[in-house]
Design a protein around this ligand. Structure first.
Ligand code: BGC
Length: 725
């Protein structure tokens, strides 16, 4: 993949840059060409045709597949091409609904990992789940969700990495690099514009090509360059009329031609709609065929090639791309053994907890209520099943924890249920940390919860929002009576802390009455410990929001979700309203005041930022960021660099162009040099990236709405290729 690997130094420039990924053996292109030349027609067809790894009512899984797995594709054993064993997904090794699921380590949600702003943790988390996947017998992980958070009610936001292309691209790219360091293939998905679940099987996302290239497609481009995934999963929805899995513009023109992507495109499960049209448009492998109307890439594909409706060269290219990825990731040389024991579970759990601890965002901390003095206080713990565990997001990515479900029989009985609480109880973990008297109330009876709060020195309310694949949330409000519960507890005890376990942004009508709020997302299998350690101050919070928290839905580009009817294949969603101005860009463009801005996140210490210092190397723009810890505790600052053209001309006033996370002792000053990717300073035009000449402001700060120091830089006009060269 050397051709697409960007050689400029921004990979090196991030302070937390991770170790290099897997070696790839001998030239994968030559190897793939050789193998394909030896294959029979029948072998080629079986390589591009995917099964479901779980029985459906009408189709049994292939005998060789792993029970309750997501996918299976036959290999060509005589040529050393292994069977493909495919599993979800982004937070760990999932199991399709099963009476006896595999129990594995789950990372915090993808959105939570993005909130760490720490690419090293994304890499290490990816390496951990890739290790468990390999030890579970899988050689393909259906991970790498990088759809932009354009719709805060999207039920799958927890699988993705937020609203900013640079943040999402870097974090997901690193996770995928980590996964593939185990000599397995990862996907990046769902390509593209699959930004809501409502109507997902056919909704037509409308957006101009240039706006798409500067938003969702840019996130994919950056993640693909960095992660070099063996496969791209195309999405269910349509994009500008054509299904994403038979979309010539997306697959042939953007991905394969403009970005030079050498791997293969697999469909989402049920996202293939034709044989010749899909193959000609760039789809290389049909996945989980029982979900499609027909086995399009089986006999029908063979017939299409033999009758001349699809060139033999195209079928050979499909197969070559698949074989190439298995060669490039070292799967051919290091075949995955049959499922065995998971080794070193404690190390895996440590990787999950490390991510959870850095993911938690301290949204508000008036009067320094946090960290808590656990030695003295009578603390009320209320709601959210905090006595039992922490919540996770639902759907195909569901990981089942060791120890079983902490709270059985919650949520829908059928997909995307069950609602899974991991058995990591914040209450128990707080008990381990200190001598405070902790009392629990399940929060179901608002009056009794308020009474307990009134009798306590501090009240901590755990509020949850379950989100899941296949369904968006109707509103940003916390479900049930939780807003009422929080308001009542805060009225009974002004020293109230709210801990949120949510899929994404939620509204907080009670915010003015509550002095401290932590956003813990879905914090993974060690989430209870991570939350307890942040509450107690054993960990100084350093997470920052990867997405804007709106004040109300009326601030959104689409105050009401465009489609009410889930299966309406004729419907459209109009992303031209905001175009590339996604998230904070929309809010700044429209002068809207969010509840919490993108990039926001407090600490138990304070930081001061120096003016950014520009350092040119030829036409490469580097910036030195310097931060001081002026408080009494060690902590990590996320120095965020935002650029804006003084003359305007972008989709929105400013863009995140770089960041650095610096761990600093009290009084310590740290500094790092980051490189700004030139595409982040450009606008996309039909032929590539155009940097407009003029003066630009570079502002640094700890949030998108809080620039504290700035400098200006003069840029000359420059045209770059679609790859950014
Ligand atoms: C999801 C994919 C997943 C696949 C296999 C689909 O429903 O959209 O993300 O990888 O199922 O389980």
């Amino acid at each position: 993949m050397a051709g697409m690997k960007r050689m400029c130094g921004w990979t090196l420039a991030l302070l937390w840059g991770a170790a290099t990924a897997a070696p790839t053996g001998q030239d994968p292109d030559a190897r793939a060409a050789d193998l394909v030349s030896k294959m029979t027609m029948e072998e080629k067809i079986r390589t591009v045709f995917g099964y479901f790894g779980t029985d459906t009512q009408s189709v049994a899984r292939p005998a060789q597949s792993i029970p309750y797995s997501a996918g299976f594709v036959h290999g060509v054993p005589r040529l050393g091409l292994p069977d493909q064993h495919q599993t979800d997904a982004g937070t760990g090794v999932a199991t399709q609904r099963s009476p006896n699921p595999r129990e594995r380590t789950a990372l915090p949600s993808g959105l939570a990992v993005a909130a760490t702003w720490n690419p090293r943790l994304a890499y290490e988390g990816g390496a951990m789940i890739g290790r468990e996947a390999r030890q579970s017998g899988y050689n393909v992980l259906l991970a790498g969700g990088v759809n932009l958070l354009r719709e805060p009610r999207n039920g799958r936001n927890f699988e993705y990495a937020g609203e900013d292309p640079w943040l999402a691209g870097v974090m997901v790219g690193e996770a995928v690099r980590g996964i593939q360091s185990n000599h397995i293939v990862s996907t990046i998905k769902h390509f593209a514009m699959n930004d809501q679940e409502t109507g997902r099987f056919g909704i037509d996302a409308r957006i101009g090509n240039t706006a798409a290239r500067m938003s969702d497609l840019l996130a994919f481009q950056l993640a693909i360059e960095r992660g070099e995934p063996g496969a791209i999963m195309c999405a269910y929805n349509r994009v500008n009329g054509a299904y994403a899995c038979e979309n010539d513009y997306l697959l042939n023109q953007v991905l394969k031609r403009d970005w030079g992507y050498p791997g293969f495109v697999m469909s989402d499960w049920g996202a293939t709609h034709s044989t010749v049209e899909a193959a000609a448009a760039g789809l290389d492998q049909e996945s989980g065929w029982p979900f499609d109307k027909s086995p399009y890439f089986n006999g029908a594909l063979r017939e299409a090639v033999e009758n001349g409706h699809l060139p033999q060269a195209r079928l050979d290219d499909m197969v070559r791309r698949i074989v190439r990825s298995f060669a490039a990731q070292g799967v051919l040389d290091n075949p995955v053994p049959p499922a065995g024991e998971i080794s070193d579970v404690p190390a895996n759990e440590k990787a999950s907890q490390a991510a959870a601890e850095e993911a938690i965002v301290l949204l508000k901390n008036e009067g320094h209520l946090l960290p808590l003095a656990l030695s003295a206080d009578r603390i009320a713990i209320i709601g959210g099943h905090a006595d039992k565990g922490v919540l996770s997001g639902g759907g195909s990515s569901q990981v089942y924890p060791r120890g079983g479900l902490a709270v059985p029989n919650e949520g829908p009985a059928a997909f995307p249920g069950p609602m899974v609480y991991f058995p990591s109880s914040p209450l128990d973990e707080l008990r381990k940390l200190g001598g405070a008297s902790l009392r629990y109330d399940d929060g179901r009876d608002v009056t009794s919860a308020a009474r307990l709060a009134a009798q306590s020195d501090v009240a901590i309310v755990f509020a949850t929002q379950w989100t899941a694949e296949s369904q968006d949330v109707p509103t940003l409000s916390l479900p049930g009576r939780q807003d009422e519960l929080i308001a009542a507890v805060a009225a009974a005890n002004p020293r109230t802390v709210v801990v949120l376990e949510t899929g994404g942004p939620v509204s907080m009508p009670w915010l003015a009455k509550v002095p401290a709020v932590l956003e813990a997302w879905y914090p993974g299998t060690q989430g209870g410990a991570a939350i307890a350690r942040v509450l107690s101050g054993a960990v100084n919070p350093s997470g920052h929001l990867p997405a804007t928290f709106p004040s109300t839905e009326s601030q959104l580009p689409r105050p009401v979700l465009d489609v009410a009817e889930q299966e309406d294949r004729r419907s459209t969603v109009n992303y031209e309203i905001e175009g590339a101005a996604v998230g904070y860009k929309w809010f700044q463009l429209k002068g809207l005041q969010p509840l919490f801005a993108f990039g926001h996140g407090l600490s138990y210490t304070q930081f001061e930022y120096d003016k950014p210092q520009v350092q040119w190397q030829g036409d490469r723009l580097f910036v030195r960021l310097t931060v001081r810890n002026t408080g009494q505790r060690a902590g990590a600052a996320v120095a965020q660099l935002y650029a804006s053209p003084n003359a305007g001309g972008w989709e929105a006033p400013q863009r995140l162009v770089a960041w650095s996370k610096l761990m600093l002792k009290p009084g310590e000053q740290g500094s790092t040099v980051v490189e700004v990717d030139p595409r982040l300073l450009a606008v996309f035009e039909e032929k590539g990236w155009q940097i407009l000449s003029g003066e630009y402001t570079l502002a640094v700060g700890g949030a998108s709405d809080a620039p504290v120091a700035s400098t200006s830089v003069q840029l000359g006009a420059r045209m770059l290729s679609p790859q950014g060269h």
